[in-house]
Design a protein around this ligand. Structure first.
Ligand code: NCD
Length: 341
């Protein structure tokens, strides 16, 4: 794997390799010294042309836990606001020695443009491009779901897929790169996906996606899914009116207290409630649901660091073919030795 641009590019073997490597990385997060020497001497540049809290900090934490050097670049306050092009910005960063560029950009396709250009040699990781894709978010979501599935079945997650797992994704699908990346990845992992949204918030051509469509959230919840993923209503990308009012939206498509009680009444371990953040509490999800025992919002954030460690590691250590025999275990040994000395 040289770049990570889209989950549609990942085979089942690729996806499982990333998820299994993530399991190993997550054990590093449990230690007192949360650091591996695996990427010592490598430089990761975070190139963010759009606002972000979780994703940027998560990539930074991931790179640092692998001992890479990290350069954070926010377009605001840089020469981009003077009109410098993506090409010039990228080449400047390359000249500073970037081995990997993590890019978030408002234009769909910007990471692909960067990866397929001869502007730079660095590996490119898509950290969200317009309404197109957000592959590391989908990977951390799949990782969270796989752990839940394995726990329910009483098995170890490593090596398993999401066969038979049923996911309902709800809300602003139209503007959601998270939904797109999830649909492609979940299909590859063998899960069944149902999208629930007002018709105005579904993209043209959605009927060709590998999933079911429903407009009625209560009907979808009655099928007893294993995971319900709520999406943020992306007001900043809405230049028209897509639903009558906030009240109407949350009544029909919000995961509110009544729906939380409905899930609880179904009995059994039941569904986890997911959200990529940032949440609009009271709109697509109620505060009680976001803070409930079913909510995996903070697990998703925690797992995000491990997933990004796995991706940077596989990208920068040329992991694709050699992951099994590569330096993760060796790096962990070295780390243990350092801890003891
Ligand atoms: C998502 C994004 O930026 O696409 N957030 C994230 O990365 N945690 C979803 C969103 O902004 O609603």
């Amino acid at each position: 794997m040289r770049h990570l641009l889209s989950t549609a590019d990942l085979s089942l073997a690729d996806a499982l390799q990333i998820l299994d490597t993530t399991e190993e990385m997550s054990s590093v997060g449990q230690r007192e010294v949360k650091k591996l020497p695996a990427l010592r001497g490598r430089t990761v540049v975070n190139l963010f042309f759009e606002d972000s809290t979780r994703t940027r900090i998560s990539f930074e934490a991931a790179a640092k836990r692998l001992s890479a050097d990290v350069i954070n670049f926010a377009a605001r306050g840089s020469s981009v606001s003077k009109g410098e092009s993506l090409k010039d910005t990228a080449q400047t960063l390359e000249a500073m020695g970037a081995d990997a560029v993590v890019i978030r950009h408002p234009a769909s396709g910007a990471p692909k443009r960067l990866a397929s250009s001869d502007w730079i040699n660095a590996g490119v990781v898509n950290a969200g491009d317009g309404t197109h894709e957000h592959p590391t978010q989908a990977l951390l979501d799949a990782f969270t779901m796989r752990r839940h599935r394995a726990h329910s079945l009483g098995i170890e997650p490593a090596g398993t897929s999401l066969e038979g797992f049923r996911v309902v994704i709800v809300g602003d699908i139209l503007h959601s790169r998270v939904a797109r990346s999830n649909v492609w990845l979940l299909r590859t992992l063998g899960a069944q996906v149902t999208l629930v949204a007002p018709p105005t918030l579904l993209p043209v051509g959605v009927e060709h996606w590998p999933c079911e469509i429903d407009y009625d959230l209560d009907r979808a919840l009655a099928t007893e899914p294993d995971a319900v993923m709520m999406l943020r209503v992306q007001a900043e990308r809405m230049h028209a009116s897509f639903f009558p009012s906030v009240r109407e939206y949350s009544r029909r498509w919000g995961f509110d207290d009544r729906r939380l009680a409905t899930l609880d009444a179904l009995g059994g371990p039941g569904a986890i409630v997911m959200h990529p953040g940032p949440m609009n509490r009271g709109l697509e999800i109620s505060a009680a649901a976001a803070d409930s025992a079913r909510s995996t919002v903070l697990d998703q954030v925690r797992n995000g660091v491990s997933v990004r460690m796995a991706v940077l590691y596989l990208l920068l250590s040329g992991g694709a073919k050699t992951a099994e025999t590569s330096s993760i275990p060796a790096a962990m040994q070295a780390n243990r030795a350092e801890n003891q000395s």
